[in-house]
Every structure is written in C-alpha cells, then in structure tokens.
Design a protein around this ligand. Sequence first.
Ligand code: GLN
Length: 384
Amino acid sequence: MQSACVPESKLPNVGTTIFTVIGQLADEHDALNLSQGAPNFACDPKLVEGVTRAMQAGHNQYSPMAGVLALREAIAVKTQKLYGAQYDPGTEVTVVASASEGLYATISALVHPGDEVIYFEPSFDSYAPIVQLQGATPVAIKLSPADFSIDWDEVAAAVTPKTRMILVNTPHNPTGSAFTPADIERLTAITRGTKIVVLSDEVYEHVVFDGALHHGMARYPELAERSVIVSSFGKSYHVTGWRVGYCLAPAALTAEIRKVHQFMTFSADTPMQMAFAEALADESSYLHLGRFYQHKRDVLARALEGSRFELLPSAGSFFMLARYSAISDERDSDFVLRLIREARVATIPLSAFYTDGTDNRLIRLSFAKDDDTLIEGARRLCQI
Ligand code: GLN
C-alpha cells in the first residue's frame, strides 16, 4: 500500500534485528539454529501446570501494575538469600513484560535528552537504539578484543558531566565474559560521588560457570544504591516466549521506572507470574542452571575439538565465540551466510553487535540447545 506520510525515521541506521534476519535465513535453508539464545528444549512441565492452574482458577485479568505481590515477594526473598540485598517488594521490585521492557522502561524513565549513556560493545542490539530514542547519546566503549574485558581507564576518561548512566551486562551477551571483583571495584570507584545510575542487565545471573560467583550489583551495597538490576525468568526457566522479567532498584528510581512501565504494558501476563511465584519458592529450580549450561558449553566445545575454529573462553551466558580466521578471511557476515547455505548451520556474526560493524572474524554460537543439536551443529560446522 502506498502512503503519503512516509516518516522521517527515528532510527535511520537500524534495520530488522539480526536474530530475526538469521532466524528467517535458517528456516529458508533448513539450517540448524545455533544463533538465537533461546532453548530448543522443554521447560519443567510443572511450570506449564502452574500456568494452566492459574488460568483455570480465573487469574486471567490484569495483575497489579507492579506485578503479582507473591512474585515480587519471592523475588525479594531470592535476592536477599543469594546476594544479601534487601529490596522492598512494595516499592523496589517491579515485574515487567520481559527484560527488554525493563531496559526500555528504565532508560526512558531516567535518561533525558542530551544525556550520555556509556555502554560496552559488542553489546546486545537494543541498548544503543533505546538511548537514541530518548534524544540522548549512546557512548560506546569497545571491550578489549583479546578477552572482552572492560578497560576501566577508558571508562573513567569517557565520563563527563553529562554521563547519566553506565549500562553493564554480566554474564555478557554476546561474548560470554563475566564481571570479576576487580570490575566491581573499578565501577564503584568511577561512580562514587556522582549521580550516575548503573543499569545492570543480569538476565544470565544463574548461568555462571566453573564454580564462579555471579558478581551482580545486588551483592555490593554501594553499587546497589545507584543500580537498576534487570533480570528475566525467560532465561532461567527455559521459557523465553513468556516475556516476564523484573527490575530491582531503590524506591526513588523504581517510582520513575513504574511511571513508564504503567504506560508501556501496564502489567505482565498474570498466569505466568503466578506460576513463577510458585517455582521461585524452590531454589533448585534455578540453582542448577550453571552446571546445566556448563555441560552444554562443554558438549559443544568437545564436539568442535580438532576443528579449525578457535573457541574463546565462556565464563557464563548461553554463548561462546569462535574465531574462524584459520578457515577463511571472509567478513564475518559473509562467512555466516556461507555457513547457513553450505553447512546448514546458523550462527550470528559478532559484527552485528557493534554499531560501527567492527569485524574481528568471530561468530557467536548459542549452546542453549539439546545435546543432539549441539553435536550435529558442530559436525556441520566442521564441514566448512
Ligand atoms: N537474547 C537472545 C539472543 O541474544 C535473543 C534475542 C532476540 O531474539 N530478540 O540471542
């Protein structure tokens, strides 16, 4: 249909998200999908029963705007138990319709036109566009390509009087790196005495490997006071399509976030919230995730042993990076297309996570898949 009102784009440099583009190509070529960070295996049937029971019991209307109280209480208990921080379910815990909404609501509530937001690239692809939509400036700092750690001296140098927020993500999508106590120390020192808010995307908080701790902001009181922590049940319960996440933040920040959340979605799906409230009461429902995904990381890594892919270490998340420069000197996006067409396996080019398209000849592999898919995916990758 023709339209006389072709708009001036608010996001002229943004196309369709890479996950959709690659997902469609994977379907067209009947490729195995190691691209999206979404499990291809079932969740615990008890969770589905919980949702069904909630629906049958008539919990089918709006939940309270801030979320089902029993779920907010369960989140507060879990956070206290694991990280020692006390969040008031009444004023400091907000259930949102996905971590993506939590990030959007937080940035749009707290970042003003002209502000600067420091974030790290490669990064999840929504961060910079959300900042731009506020009329603010996303300030990208590149992670060191050697180990994807943060150069905190560079961060300190990038802070200006306009810096409103530093956006961090640990464990990290797409690289699988994770914060260490040294990162926490530097972030604390850089933000001390400022009004900078730390927005911390911690959706992979339970997916940490090799016995390490999750160094999230709630563990560190001085950081917690200036942080909005965003997490998600999708990643922790193998149900990325259910779209329920939450924000933890001091009351003054939460009040502003809720003002936006109430006009974005008002509330998340009620029956899902009821089921998560039940599930969270049993800590074994999430505490096994580190071991569970570590096994998957290792299955994929073992299946690629002896190939010409060089795997970079993954300390957490659903992801591992693979360097292919011993196989080809193609751009990563071309190499990924060839993998889909010729090897029939889909991955994500790391350049998609940089606004300037930086190409380190790396691809992102998702190991949130059943073991057979990982083994078959690796076999196909070895054919190229
Ligand atoms: N977070 C997931 C990933 O990085 C999926 C994101 C999406 O499909 N929008 O793969």
